[in-house]
Design a binder for this molecule. Structure first.
Ligand SMILES: [Zn+2]
Length: 655
């Protein structure tokens, strides 16, 4: 007995010492795997959610416009350059002009990978749009393109843009991982649709090839003699591929590899905001290239969930606090191109790429945590920054745009000092800057739509709202849920639910953070920001859900006022004159600059706004004219689908 007790005591001591040691290691090593965290919501395959109403029209406009026509607007970049195939980069490849204007020197090197991003992000947006709309013409073209890309895969699994002499041999700028990331994300989208085991095998073989070339814990994929290595650090987004492969296959090794990539990225000398030690310093604001910084949010989240290490959780929380400081009223993050430690500002531009990357980051956090606050952020960004950047009637976007947009002629609000600056105007291509934003503009709606509905523990969750149809299986029954109202243009949502055989499951619908009250035509409970409908669902159940909103006056970081009504950030829209700056043969698409008919920068004296049209969220605002000092009554409307506008109003008294 005594021996047994002594043995137990010794065992407990050993466990205690081991736990203490593990705790100490955890304290000193943020990258140590503790225990992977469970993901709360599970995204469904791409074709499970179909867009309806305005979302369908938006995808169709892109598919008929810049997404569907991009290969005709720039065939040399999109089709003729077979970067992944016959024209892989080698030491003999001459420097090519891919349309980006820049200085000679270091910048030239990175141009070599640039086209891979253009091609693959375009393919990703194109195939997802085609799948969502069942567009058979585009689907057959995609099938051909995907087959051609898969033919380029080497026997050892290599899928990428470098020949044998160059691949995996870098100590400086390169696009090895980034070119694969963009391509594999597209192929995973295609796999979602086709469910071809052969395609999944090809993707897994391509990833295995990376894991052999850059072995976990025994290589340094992010090593660079130059701390400014743009393509290299874009490559951290390879965690997107790993995250999704884990979701499909359940293989934990993909998460382990994501953690390894983030560790190596953090340990190298790189000018990047998302490195662990920089994130942990809350006094250090974000400085880097906006698109990189915001896309890395997903990688930090992936590493945290792969490890469960609280020190990574801390870094993620601090990262979110830093990002929050960069946001304009619309939710657009500073990214014109570098953040440079600045605070969110309605006069500072955001890049369309950054809008997509940050929205995808919010959605990734929504799925991982199940917290509705991330859905609120994704919606706010889409409804205001994205719809406020996208041309209301033509198929074009601004590469850079601000909340307060006084003129869109190329430079920042009329700045003509840099004659190369063409980003602040509408184009279906933006070739002079880089063909990055337009391909991402083709991705943003498909990514939003796919994630509107997710699988939750006891049923389905509608986190992102809007007109859509979900078709999914629940315990062997086919469930169809339609939401046809044009939310957020209409705050009265109509749901109809049918199940092929009676099933009890939970339907959770997010209550938006701006909703003052809600009314449901059938009973529900409210729990953690969601409205929960749990019942036996049969052949047909219809119900309506209405959200009421109120007008709110808010402050920018610069103490200017702006207004929000429900989901919409309001603006004073300026009458704008278009000037066509470019057209293309055999295409109806155009590049357009806009000049204000009259530029007046109004102030606000604290006066009361009156509702003009409840449905349209139109208000009459008493605003102070800067020259007369008198109060004019000015119409405020949602900034979505406006061109030139004033969103924030400096405080000033009227005469
Ligand atoms: Zn871009």
């Amino acid at each position: 007995m005594k021996t047994w007790l002594t043995g137990l005591f010794m065992a407990l001591m050993w466990i205690s010492v081991t736990c203490q040691t593990q705790a100490q290691v955890r304290k000193s090593n943020p990258f140590q795997k503790v225990r992977p965290l469970p993901v709360m919501l599970h995204p469904l395959p791409l074709h499970s959610v179909k867009p309806l109403g305005w979302l369908e029209r938006e995808v169709r406009k892109n598919l008929n416009g810049f997404t569907g026509q991009l290969e005709q607007l720039a065939p040399d970049l999109l089709v003729e350059d077979q970067l992944y195939g016959k024209q892989r980069l080698s030491k003999q490849t001459p420097i090519k002009n891919l349309g980006a204007l820049g200085e000679a020197g270091d910048w030239q090197v990175q141009y070599l990978w640039w086209n891979s991003e253009t091609q693959s992000n375009w393919l990703d947006g194109w195939l997802r749009s085609a799948i969502l709309l069942d567009d058979t013409t585009s689907l057959s073209k995609v099938e051909y393109l995907v087959a051609r890309l898969l033919e380029s895969q080497d026997e050892d699994g290599y899928l990428g843009i470098y020949d044998r002499a160059l691949r995996y041999q870098f100590d400086n700028e390169n696009g090895e991982l980034w070119a694969k990331t963009t391509l594999l994300r597209a192929l995973l989208g295609w796999y979602d649709y086709q469910k071809s085991p052969k395609l999944l095998l090809a993707i897994e073989q391509a990833v295995a090839n990376v894991m052999i070339a850059y072995p976990m814990g025994r290589s340094q994929p992010f090593k660079s003699t130059n701390p400014n290595a743009s393509g290299l650090t874009h490559g951290l987004a390879f965690t997107d591929v790993l995250d999704q492969l884990h979701a499909i296959t359940g293989k934990e090794v993909y998460l382990d590899y994501a953690l390894f990539l983030y560790e190596d990225f953090s340990r190298q000398t790189l000018n990047e905001d998302a490195q662990w030690s920089k994130l942990m310093n809350i006094k250090l604001p974000l400085h880097g290239h906006g698109v990189h910084t915001y896309e890395h949010l997903r990688s930090v989240a992936a590493a945290y969930y792969a490890s469960g290490n609280p020190l990574l959780g801390q870094a993620l929380n601090l990262f979110l606090k830093k990002i929050e400081k960069t946001l304009a009223p619309s939710g657009g993050p500073i990214s014109d191109e570098f953040i440079k430690g600045r605070q969110g500002h309605p006069d500072i531009g955001y890049e369309f790429c950054a809008l997509h990357e940050l929205m995808a980051g919010w959605i990734s956090l929504l799925a991982k945590t199940g917290k509705p606050q991330y859905a609120d952020r994704a919606e706010h960004l889409l409804f205001n920054a994205v719809l406020g950047n996208t041309h209301p009637t033509e198929s074009s976007i601004c590469y850079l745009k601000q909340d307060n947009a006084w003129v869109l002629q190329g430079g920042n609000n009329g700045d003509t000092t840099d004659h190369h600056q063409t980003r602040y105007r509408y184009s279906p291509l933006h070739r002079e800057a880089a063909v990055c934003c337009v391909p991402n503009a083709g991705r943003i709606f498909p990514y939003y739509i796919q994630n509107m509905w997710m699988k939750s523990t006891n049923g389905f969750t509608a986190s992102l709202l809007g007109p859509s149809e979900l078709q999914a299986m629940f315990e062997g029954a086919k469930v169809v849920i339609r939401q046809e109202a044009d939310f957020p243009f209409d705050n009265r949502l109509r749901f109809s639910i049918s199940s092929s055989s009676p099933k009890t499951f939970e339907l959770r619908i997010r209550k938006p953070d701006w909703a003052k009250t809600f009314h449901s035509s059938i009973p529900c409970t409210e729990h953690n920001g969601y409205l929960v409908f749990r019942r036996l669902w049969g052949s047909a159940t219809d119900f309506t859900l209405t959200f009421s909103s109120e007008l709110k006056a808010k402050s920018t970081g610069q103490q200017e006022r702006y207004f929000q009504s429900g989901p919409w950030v309001l603006c004073h829209a300026l009458e704008a004159m278009p000037v066509v700056t470019r057209t293309w043969e055999k295409s109806n698409l155009r590049e357009l600059a806009y000049y204000p008919v009259k530029k007046v920068k109004y102030g606000y004296n604290g006066g009361r706004l009156l509702e003009e049209n409840k449905q349209l969220h139109h208000f009459k605002a008493p605003l102070v004219h800067p020259e007369t000092g008198k109060t004019d009554v000015v119409l405020l409307q949602p900034m979505a689908r406006t061109i030139l506008r004033q969103v924030s109003f400096p405080l000033r008294s009227s005469q």
